[in-house]
Design a protein around this ligand. Structure first.
Ligand code: ZN
Length: 660
């Protein structure tokens, strides 16, 4: 399961502070169409031992060797198109000021970004803005035979959608993904129904790593993606690098896990894949971790075939120390929470969420990548052996830093004055992260139900109220002197950035993600609106939050941070009471009064102001290059080189890691 943070995609409401931001380092390196490309840094790389760096290096090589698999999975013509485009980029020298060539370049960049001819998010096919005859002339100059290539690129009725979501017709036949050949949806479903064992307590993820085809005799079979099967050249390279990595593993669990993964790649045996995952989940002490395999099934219209993905990461020590400190002090927070003591837990345990930094992205998570990961996907493994849930700090930070570099930002647009912008830039990122830590590590786990109250008493309002409870717990403690005392919050006033940001977002900015005329329905967004609206209304007599209009634009300004904190405390006490007593009617009234209805005039204004900012809705990343440093023929270190050349990296990967 990947967490694609919509908030991060539209980031800019909070901007970064801290040491990275102070240096000259450009995070945004390219932008075109509706996309921008950023580069991320790897904090903590220098603190790794040579053994850990070597381990991470080979895992990253193993990740990059799988890149072509995803291209072919996305559509069988993708690699052919990419090879042609690579040949043009390499061999054809464009005349200066050639507008058609510029359009070709945009097409090439979009193709690389999407790992194929379909938009990475919308999944529909996109087209070059240069004329077909011009594209043909480029191919000729590059010495590439057409062979139906231009028809594939330009004809809108060939592979119109990567994954079809049509309600009429056969979604297997209508999808461009290369998971099936010659079979209908009905045939695939019957095929799997016949081999699945519904009583197996440890069900095999049948079909995860195969293509289903119909032979000339009409017989339906599965062809595995494995050594000796489909994608063998790529998988052999992956296995070779995994073997090298294994020698440098940090512990025996990692060694066993990698051994099982190699066996799985060699045999295609999904029981081995399960065994690998069970070992992988156990490794919670290593600094270096990875994902390598056929992981997520979102691209398959039937949700069975998994896309290839590679990911290498290292633990973020600073952020992890923060969540560990919170967990160690969980009881103190519970005992001091502003709720009725009857609703507090007598003994409470914090959850320590792991924070990581990406080292290499590949396959399905490159260049577009999630900001959180929760694996493995098999439910029975999650239940019996647990799962790993991580948030990826350096990717989230890069979104923030990049938003700050843009000439326009949601922060500058929706913050009332320069003072508010400065405060957000100084403390916004760190205060927001600490609020999230409090929410995840302590907020959800706090409080208790009175005896006899059902866990499902809140019905359809449960998620929004639960998110509100966790958010309020976090907001209340973000401002607590204890946070500075514990060395978590850097300054006693830093919380103000989070408060201003939260109110601005809850009352305005988040509505940029709601279609005009629609109500606010998503649970997290309802929670934020509930909290912000409630505090705005309840604090009105003291002017705690003030609505101001400047040059026809609306702003919400926090005038009194101390009173705002006590409003958060009051609402936390009330939401906790509602949950603890199972007071459905009161919960319903809170949500329906404060969380759903968006003022149509304000909504319209927010959408117009956001549109005028002209921000790119989607972001992706290049990887830093990890370069071995040799002395007297021996590798003595690994340097991290931060490239700012998006197309350069794509061309390099095509040459160096092209396998299919
Ligand atoms: Zn939550």
């Amino acid at each position: 399961m990947t967490v694609i943070g919509a908030a991060a995609l539209l980031s800019g409401c909070s901007a970064p502070a801290g040491k990275e931001g102070a240096e000259e380092f450009k995070y945004t390196i390219d932008s075109f169409a509706d996309l921008k490309v950023m580069r991320y840094r790897i904090p903590g790389w220098e603190d790794l031992s040579l053994q850990q760096k070597t381990y991470a290096y080979h895992l990253a090589e193993a990740a990059k060797y799988g890149r072509d698999i995803l291209w072919d999975q996305n559509c069988r013509d993708n690699l052919r198109v990419r090879h042609a485009v690579e040949a043009v980029l390499e061999k054809v020298e464009p005349a200066s000021g050639d507008k058609d060539y510029d359009a070709f370049l945009v097409y090439a960049k979009r193709l690389f970004f999407s790992n194929g001819m379909h938009h990475h998010y919308a999944e529909d096919k996109f087209f070059p803005d240069c004329p077909r005859e011009y594209f043909a002339s480029l191919l000729e100059k590059a010495g590439v035979a057409d062979d139906g290539l231009l028809e594939v690129i330009y004809n809108p009725s060939i592979w119109p959608q990567r994954r079809s979501t049509e309600t009429s017709g056969d979604i297997v036949k209508l999808s461009a993904v290369n998971f099936y050949d010659g079979v209908s949806r009905d045939e695939v479903e019957k095929y799997y129904a016949a081999i699945m064992d519904p009583d197996d307590p440890e069900p095999v993820s049948y079909g995860l790593n195969t293509k289903v085809v119909k032979g000339k005799d009409g017989k339906i079979t599965e062809l595995p993606w494995k050594v000796g099967g489909i994608y063998s050249p790529a998988i052999e390279k992956i296995c070779a690098e995994l073997s090298k990595a294994r020698e440098f593993a940090e512990n025996d669990i990692q060694k066993r896990a990698i051994g099982l993964l190699i066996e799985y790649y060699n045999t295609g045996d999904l029981r081995k894949w399960d065994q690998f995952n069970i070992e992988w989940v156990k490794d919670t002490l290593g600094t270096v971790d990875f994902i390598n395999g056929f992981i997520e099934d979102y691209n398959d219209p039937l949700g069975r075939k998994a896309s290839w993905e590679g990911y290498v990461n290292i633990k973020d020590f600073e952020a992890s120390r923060r969540t560990e400190t919170l967990s160690e002090n969980a009881q103190w927070f519970e005992d001091h929470s502003p709720v009725d003591p009857r609703f507090r837990k007598k003994t409470v345990k914090g959850v320590s969420a792991k924070v990581i930094n990406a080292v290499c992205l590949s396959g399905d998570s490159y260049p577009s990548t999630p900001i959180g990961i929760n694996l493995p996907n098999a439910d029975w493994i999650r239940k019996e052996h647990g799962s790993k849930s991580v948030t990826i700090a350096n990717i989230t930070h890069t979104y923030d830093y990049s938003a700050q570099e843009m000439p326009t930002s949601t922060l500058a647009e929706f913050a009332y004055d320069e003072k508010e912008v400065e405060m957000a830039k100084k403390w916004g990122t760190v205060a927001d992260e600490i609020h999230t830590d409090l929410h995840e590590c302590l907020g959800h786990g706090s409080g208790q139900l009175l005896p006899g109250v059902s866990t499902t008493a809140m019905g359809e309002y449960a998620s929004a109220l639960e998110e509100a409870r966790a958010d309020l717990f976090g907001l209340y403690y973000t401002a607590d002197p204890k946070m500075v005392e514990l060395g978590i919050m850097p300054h006693k006033d830093a919380y103000k950035a989070e408060y201003a940001n939260y109110i601005r977002n809850g009352l305005m900015v988040q509505f940029t993600r709601v279609e005009p005329g629609r109500p606010n329905t998503e649970a997290h967004m309802q929670n934020r609106k509930l909290i912000a609206e409630w505090c705005y209304e309840k604090g009105a007599k003291d002017n705690v939050i003030e609505k101001k209009v400047k040059d026809g634009k609306t702003y919400f300004v926090v005038n009194d941070y101390v009173k705002l904190r006590s409003l958060f405390a009051q609402l936390l006490a009330e939401v906790q009471r509602i949950k603890s007593e199972g007071d459905y009617e009161a919960g319903k009234a809170l949500i329906e009064t404060y969380a759903v209805h968006i003022d149509p005039d304000l909504h319209k204004e927010v959408l117009e102001r956001y549109k005028a900012l002209n921000l790119k809705p989607y972001g992706g990343f290049v990887n830093p290059e990890i370069v071995p440093v040799r002395k007297d023929g021996k590798v003595v270190d690994y340097d991290v080189v931060y490239t700012d050349d998006y197309l350069g990296q794509m061309m390099l990967y095509g040459k160096k890691y092209g396998t299919l």
